[in-house]
Design a protein around this ligand. Structure first.
Ligand SMILES: Cc1cc2nc3c(=O)[nH]c(=O)nc-3n(C[C@H](O)[C@H](O)[C@H](O)COP(=O)(O)OP(=O)(O)OC[C@H]3O[C@@H](n4cnc5c(N)ncnc54)[C@H](O)[C@@H]3O)c2cc1C
Length: 697
């Protein structure tokens, strides 16, 4: 008879225990087990902090699934979809081809993903702490900061390099703070230009105590011990934003540091999100025996499932301890089900909790007893050593730990070429992105928000705003292509998100792509064609002129976001100037529309396949246009407005009340600015002639 096929999705604590137990209970001729995990190894999360702190080698905390699970088919394809009604999974073969595979039973054990998006700027500037890559990258980064601190001659910059900020003081936050503190402080003796006193490790936590999960005496012990070891603990404080400079707290304080680790925020995986099954807080609801509610051949275990523990009738916590037990029992239940026997509800009494706090110290609650200090640390190491999945791992980790006690931690790191990276950055209003005179490192594209370019022209020490750029605009190209320092500073006007392309990669792209080179050279010509630079007289003549004095009224008829394309075309035809504003529900500026936009829109629609276009004339503007108005505020200068028009190659510009209040108050036309300039020049000429005549007489 053909063996039944059991597909397991995941390769963590739950999936591995499940596959191991099932393999031990059913012969390969009766049951084929296929385990799909994105990586070809199991990550032993409790040891990630040790990897980041360089107290164990990277591979000791990652066990290869193939070697751990003999008799199980291990696959590294990512499962994209589960079709529960057809009993099929769909995965990408790795070349973009989607393949479907039939199963008799499917087991979801795909854990949870980290979600840095819960705090603005964390995705761009913080390290997550969930997968092996996070720990490896963090370790490399920390050692690199020490090298930077050694190299810099600026004491303020050195302090910034040596400040390590950890957000969250649960188990993983405490463990990573303890390990980083140990790594950096114990390594200072190998550097000449800074000492242990220069190192700051700060842990930020929103509650009034760290480690809320453990007994008060143990968390007090952990806090005091960590503070004594040099960790600064900031309690009752919530991180509200992260930027290149550091972390901003809810009370307005800013922690300036080059390293941010975010240990809070998880989300269910996209595979779980796409499943239409009963869920609670994103986790899949199961029956007590761990089958997905309403399904006969689909099971869910570990962090992705919400399983009521029959022992205390509460939802199981998301820990490795529980995931392992669920894996074991779900496999036994499947065997019972296949043999026609009754299944058993999941029931487990937690054994205890262990948390390392750095400096050969830990806190532990085991079998109702509490331990702290070196004894707890010894237990922590003993328990985890024993829990490691294979004997080869146990030996490796034991050797690493013994090495760590006897010898200093490894400070080597792989140097990578940062100029070839693409990164993302988040800035708060007022933050500088680069300063005039600095050398360019990146080409920046604005994903969200607005920036202003500021220029200091000696002898006047006051910077003047010379341009405003917004979503879709870019900057940095002139400096990179010309290989000279920035001629302006660029500062965030609003919250700004950027995509930054390293100088090396940018030069390669600009060299290889003709359309990109053309676009850049057109922009360069436009920007360097800025007549203020060529005609300082014009700048002097218009710098005192208020923007309001040149405004035309806003067009009578404005469009709404949901105006249809047909109505927009009619309105544009009726409008003599051929320029219309688009407003949102609160009558704020949402976009602009002129004939050129219309042609662009039609060109974009033309490439959509006819069957997907729908009724063209009834399509709304908000579906067809990005909300990307180019505008200036009343308090901007004419100089800024003109440069903005030149920058975007446009001849008119809406003007709003303020940057925070996008109510349109008028339109500025290049032609008006030009005629006022000519008028001023001729006034200046006649005044000059008059003065000359008087002197002569
Ligand atoms: C830093 C840290 C320290 C921790 N310390 C402890 C501790 O000391 N004690 C403790 O009990 N618990 C600890 N935990 C929690 C524990 O690690 C988790 O509860 C446990 O890993 C959950 O196991 P799991 O099998 O459900 O998921 P995971 O171990 O997260 O495994 C899920 C796997 O599924 C894979 N996957 C996801 N989607 C797909 C897909 N579509 N296709 C293919 N594969 C997919 C993932 O790549 C991953 O390998 C810690 C967690 C972290 C992050």
């Amino acid at each position: 008879m053909k063996p039944i096929r059991v597909v397991v999705i995941g390769g963590g604590f739950a999936a591995v225990q499940f596959a191991k137990t099932l393999r031990a209970k059913l012969r390969p001729s009766d049951c084929e087990i296929l385990l799909f995990n994105r990586e070809n190894h199991m990550v032993f999360h409790p040891l990630l902090a040790d990897v980041a702190g360089a107290s164990i080698n990277v591979d000791a905390a990652a066990a290869p699934l193939r070697q751990m699970l003999p008799g199980v088919g291990c696959r590294t394809e990512r499962v994209e979809r589960i079709d529960l009604s057809a009993s099929e999974i769909e995965y990408d073969e790795g070349n973009g081809v989607r393949t479907r595979l039939h199963y008799d039973h499917v087991v979801l054990a795909c854990g949870a993903d980290s979600n840095l998006g819960i705090i603005p700027g964390m995705t761009e500037h913080a390290f997550a702490f969930k997968v092996m890559r996070d720990a490896i990258d963090l370790r490399q980064h920390v050692v690199r900061q020490m090298e930077h601190a050694e190299a810099t001659t600026d004491p303020e910059r050195r302090r910034w390099f040596l400040h390590f900020i950890i957000v969250g003081a649960g188990f993983s936050g405490v463990e990573v703070a303890g390990e980083l503190n140990e790594l950096v402080r114990s390594s200072t003796r190998f550097y000449r230009n800074f000492r242990e006193e220069d190192v700051v490790v700060t842990m930020v936590h929103s509650q009034d105590q760290i480690l809320p999960e453990v007994a008060p005496t143990l968390r007090d012990f952990a806090r005091k011990k960590m503070e004594k070891a040099g960790v600064t603990i900031v309690l009752n404080s919530r991180a509200v934003a992260a930027t290149h400079e550091g972390v901003e707290l809810k009370d307005g304080r800013k922690l300036l540091g080059a390293t941010i680790v975010c240990t809070i925020g998880t989300t269910v995986s996209s595979l779980v999100q796409s499943l239409h099954v009963p869920k609670e807080k994103g986790r899949i609801r199961t029956t007590p025996e761990m089958r997905i509610e309403g399904q006969t051949n689909a099971w869910a275990l570990g962090d992705c499932a919400l399983i009521i523990n029959d022992f205390d009738k509460k939802p199981s916590p998301t820990t490795g301890q529980f995931a392992e037990r669920q894996g074991r029992q779900a496999a036994r239940n499947l065997v019972r089900f296949l043999h026609g026997e009754p299944t058993k509800p999941f029931s487990f009494k937690a054994l205890g909790q262990l948390c390392s706090i750095g400096g050969y110290s830990a806190v532990a609650e085991m079998f109702g007893m509490r331990f702290s200090g070196f004894l707890a640390w010894f237990m922590w190491r003993g328990v985890y050593l024993f829990k490691l999945p294979t004997w080869s791992r146990r030996c490796k980790v034991a050797l690493d730990w013994a090495w760590d006690v006897l010898f200093p931690r490894d400070l080597s790191f792989l140097s990578t070429d940062a100029t070839l990276n693409v990164t993302h950055a988040y800035y708060l209003p007022g933050d500088y992105i680069h300063r005039q005179g600095e050398l360019a490192r990146t080409f920046c594209i604005i994903d969200e928000g607005e920036v202003e370019a500021l220029k200091v022209t000696p002898p006047d020490p006051e910077p003047k705003i010379v341009a405003v750029l917004s979503k879709g605009d870019f900057f940095g190209e002139a400096t990179l292509l010309g290989d000279h320092p920035h001629e302006t500073s660029v500062r965030a006007r609003t919250v700004v998100r950027l995509t930054q392309i390293g100088s090396g990669l940018f030069t390669q792209l600009a060299g290889a792509s003709t359309p990109l080179r053309d676009l850049l050279s057109r922009t360069l010509t436009r920007r360097s064609g800025d007549f203020w630079r060529r005609l300082p007289l014009a700048e002097a003549l218009l710098s005192d002129e208020p923007l309001a004095s040149l405004l035309d009224p806003i067009p009578d008829k404005a469009l709404a976001k949901d105006t249809t394309l047909a109505d927009a075309v009619l309105a544009l035809n009726e409008n003599a100037a051929g320029e219309l504003l688009i407003l949102d529900e609160k009558q704020r500026l949402w976009g602009t529309l002129d004939r050129n936009d219309l042609y662009d829109m039609i060109a974009r629609i033309a490439i959509i396949p006819p069957e997907e276009r729908g009724d063209l004339t009834r399509r709304k503007l908000s579906d067809l246009l990005p909300p990307n108005p180019v505008y200036v505020a009343l308090d901007d200068s004419i100089l800024v407005a003109t440069t903005t028009m030149l920058d975007h190659g446009i001849s008119w510009l809406p003007v709003v009340r303020t940057k925070d209040d996008l109510q349109p108050v008028g339109c500025l036309r290049g032609a008006n600015v030009g005629s006022r300039l000519i008028q001023k020049i001729s006034q200046g000429e006649s005044a000059h002639a008059h003065a000359h005549a008087q002197t002569a007489s």
